[in-house]
Design a binder for this molecule. Structure first.
Ligand code: FES
Length: 531
């Protein structure tokens, strides 16, 4: 039985293989292209990938790669045999990842005396990074760039990175260098595409969850890895970015807003600030679903928040044919009554290779609606497309091999349904517990604000149907773009916004779900698909 999993980045596609399979063979199995002119004989040197962990170089590696490349974990895919769980980054694929950069632009206060000075506001996500270059005198955005967080090579979710930082020799430093080098690349890109010079770059602001914050600063992260998951740094940080390896001048300043508690960090501060959730006069739930789900409840301006451990299922991880929102990912899906074949929409109109988060939510909602999965999540043989697969068990065939140009069959398995149920139960239990804290019912929620990529790409109808969002009028479910990134811009532009953010954080009540007396019961109740 194959027991070793290979995860390909940046797509997030994964495949289980038997020990000894080469990376090139594994990539072919999931329909990924790796340049291989010599067909895998080890003579062309074209099939370079970055491996984590990387085993000792082969003779062909030594022949085609420099010492530095070997040190940087570059290997030839056709000669690299997989003997343990491995992450493989295929260089050159980054541009195709769909990353949310759009923000709902706000009017921000400006500091005076900053003529001819520029700054970079960064939303440092667990999976992706978005950086915006702004004119500090006018607040105008000049350029934006984005990339995958290079730390994904060390683990998909915050917990695996915390484990890496705590257990591996120099782990925290390695992860810090990895993300700072990614940020430096983005900084260079921003300067290369504009007239701005590095001397004019005087401010950087970065928002991220507490794990991203601590890993950026190489701060003590052990307390975040254990209940009650407390950050070791809570207050705001102002420092010279050169101290942690930024390629800036001596006169630049790096600002990170305060963390709230648990995994709720500066990105949530940015979300609250950009939407002014402290000023609303109704009941609003704000949700930012990433590898962790940060949830904010504003009850007429009184703020409560929590972090729900949804895991990376909604980013395609832990789902058999899940992948990130990248070329070839099925993005939306519907199942018609008449036709046995689901209608799919694929990113890049390419041949379908897997399912990204929005399609995964659609699938569960549609299969439930069609009676193929019941309220408990059990899949029934109620369609010709449901099979008992020898290797993967009961599964719904989303794409048959003869329906895909690359002959890739795409399955959605019973196990996948369970993963989605657990992830959505974590989010649903999060907002139900927050509402319970203020004595309100889900039906009393007036608006739902969806921040972040996932929230902006999902179909609210499907998310509400499976209980991932509070049931409310669909018109009251409002995608607000990269709200954390917009908040980072405010924090970049003025001390006034920083002071405001610090005051807001002092008044947010954090609810620790894991130790909450009702959480377990609410979580178990939330697993059902009956809403
Ligand atoms: S495919 Fe040519 S060296 Fe690997």
């Amino acid at each position: 039985m194959p027991a070793i999993v290979v995860v390909f980045e940046p797509s997030g596609l994964r495949v289980a293989v038997v020990s000894g399979t080469t990376v090139l063979e594994a990539a072919r199995e999931v329909g990924l292209h790796i340049s291989s002119e010599c067909g895998g004989r080890g003579t062309c040197g074209k099939c370079r990938v970055i491996a984590q962990p990387a085993s000792a170089p082969s003779l062909q590696d030594l022949e085609h790669l420099s010492t530095k490349e070997v040190e940087d974990r570059i290997r030839l895919a056709c000669k690299l045999k997989i003997v343990e769980n491995t992450r493989i980054l295929i260089p050159g694929n980054e541009a195709f990842v769909k990353i949310l950069t759009k923000t709902d632009s706000k009017e921000w206060a400006l500091d005076s005396g900053l003529q001819n000075q520029f700054g970079i506001a960064v939303d440092l996500g667990t999976t992706t990074i978005v950086a915006y270059l702004l004119d500090l005198a006018t607040g105008v955005q000049i350029a934006q760039v984005q990339s995958l967080n290079p730390q994904t090579a060390y683990g998909e979710d915050v917990m695996s990175r915390i484990t890496y930082a705590s257990r591996e020799k120099d782990g925290a430093r390695t992860l810090q260098q990895s993300v700072v080098s990614g940020l430096n690349q983005l900084l260079t890109k921003l300067l290369d595409t504009t007239e701005v010079t590095v001397d004019q770059l005087t401010r950087i602001s970065i928002v991220g969850n507490t794990a991203m914050h601590h890993l950026l600063l190489a701060a003590d992260i052990n307390s975040l890895g254990l209940a009650p998951y407390q950050p070791s740094i809570v207050g705001p940080t102002t420092m010279n970015p050169q101290e942690i390896g930024f390629q800036t001048t001596n006169s630049s300043e790096l600002y990170l807003p305060p963390n709230i508690a648990g995994f709720v960090g500066g990105d949530t501060v940015g979300f609250i600030l950009s939407q002014r959730l402290d000023l609303v006069d109704d009941v609003i739930i704000g949700i930012d679903i990433g590898t962790n789900g940060e949830i904010v409840l504003s009850d007429q301006g009184n703020l409560y928040c929590c972090s729900a451990a949804a895991g990376p299922s909604f980013e395609g991880a832990t789902i058999l044919h899940g992948m990130r929102g990248q070329t070839g990912a099925i993005e939306y899906l519907s199942i018609s009554d008449k036709d046995d074949r689901p209608d799919i929409s694929v990113i890049g109109e390419d041949s379908p290779r897997g399912l990204c988060g929005s399609a995964i939510i659609d699938l569960v909602a549609e299969l439930h609606n069609a009676g193929i999965i019941d309220n408990t999540g059990r899949m029934h043989m109620r369609s010709k497309r449901v099979i008992d697969d020898e290797k993967h068990g009961r599964s719904y065939v989303v794409v048959k091999s003869d329906e895909s140009m690359e002959s890739n069959r795409i399955l959605f398995t019973q196990k996948d349904v369970r993963q989605v149920q657990l992830a959505k139960a974590a989010i649903q239990a999060g907002f139900r517990v927050l509402l319970d804290t203020v004595g309100k019912d889900v039906s009393e929620v007036n608006r739902v604000l969806l921040a972040g990529a996932f929230g902006n790409y999902i179909r609210p109808e499907s998310a509400s149907a499976i209980g991932l969002l509070p049931r409310t009028e669909i018109s009251q479910v409002i995608p607000v773009g990269n709200a954390a990134g917009e908040g980072a811009k405010g924090l970049l532009l003025s001390k006034k916004s920083r002071n405001l953010a610090e005051r807001i954080v002092a008044n947010v009540k954090y609810v620790e779900l894991a130790s909450h007396k009702k959480f377990q019961d609410v979580f178990l109740d939330s697993i059902s698909l009956l809403q």
